[in-house]
Design a protein around this ligand. Structure first.
Ligand code: PXP
Length: 270
């Protein structure tokens, strides 16, 4: 335990002892949303990233949308130049975004579906023939630049099989349906879907991540997903940060995951 008194449950203790604690990626889009509401410089997403790192998270997540409603191109470039934590760029599989990604070279690109009228990412990527071709073309270009490629998928076993066959580096399982489930039974069913989809990747080289709609209360059961290596959380951390401070908010989530806040993100990534 390395002398860390984290006050966490036995589940987290077991995960730590087996050396399989998932890393935390913090999505800072909504820092930019607040900034953009006034069109000035505050609050500054890069300053938020520095705090996220100080609190001990493992990566910064941001979604460069076609309409640039939150993070903007310059934010992405500054995050990359800062080089304080790995950057996970969420983006739609468009020519414009592919060009930006290959130019900026984030550590990870997560392909997500994007519809202009949606409030947030709804559903996973639809892996039709055209999308599969696009991923097949984009993947070697990413690897040449040292970018790992993740795709955001609903917990559907058939889609996971396609992802494995495409050779992507990571699948991020969409936890939105789980988070939005209205009854304990529905929530348990969604959790089982997530676990089954993840099980499909066990033994494959594909890294397993999860995210969307997660908060302090619904996160613990998600941590039971086998071989889960990363959770990406945005809205609830930024919201909580308004009341307790961003650094404290990140630490609260890390405590749930069972992390040791005093270890820097960079140390854990190695
Ligand atoms: N993971 C992915 C792929 C996402 O698109 C988002 C939302 O941008 C998140 C995680 C974070 O979701 P939330 O803001 O609901 O925590």
């Amino acid at each position: 335990m390395g002398g860390c008194d984290r006050g966490i449950g036995i589940g987290a203790f077991d995960r730590e002892m087996s050396g399989s604690l998932p890393e935390l990626g913090v999505n800072i889009d909504h820092v930019a949303t607040v900034r953009n509401a006034r069109g000035g410089f505050d609050p500054d997403p890069l300053s938020a990233a520095v705090m996220v790192r100080k609190a001990g998270a493992s990566q910064i997540v941001c979604h460069l949308r076609e309409d640039r409603r939150h993070i903007k191109d310059q934010d992405l470039r500054l995050l990359k130049q800062w080089n304080g934590l790995p950057v996970n760029l969420e983006m739609a599989m468009t020519d414009e975004m592919a060009t930006i990604a290959l130019d900026v070279s984030p550590d990870l690109v997560t392909l997500v579906p994007e519809r202009r009228e949606e409030r947030t990412t709804e559903g996973g990527l639809v892996l039709g023939a055209e999308m599969r071709d696009r991923i097949r073309n984009f993947l070697p270009a990413c690897h040449q630049k040292g970018i790992r490629l993740s795709i955001f998928l609903a917990p559907v076993k058939e889609d996971v099989d396609v992802a494995i066959s495409l050779g992507v580096d990571q699948v991020e399982l969409h936890t939105g349906e789980y988070a939005n489930a209205r009854t304990p039974v529905a929530r348990r069913m969604e959790l089982e879907r997530l676990k089954s989809a993840a099980l499909r990747m066990t033994g494959s080289p594909v890294r397993i991540a999860a995210g969307h709609g997660l908060d302090l209360l619904n996160l613990p059961p998600v941590l039971e997903i086998g071989d889960l290596q990363e959770v990406n959380i945005g809205h609830s951390i930024i919201s909580r940060g308004l009341f307790v401070g961003l650094e404290n908010a990140v630490r609260e989530f890390l405590a749930v995951i069972g992390e040791r806040p005093e270890c820097s993100g960079q140390e854990r990534i190695r």
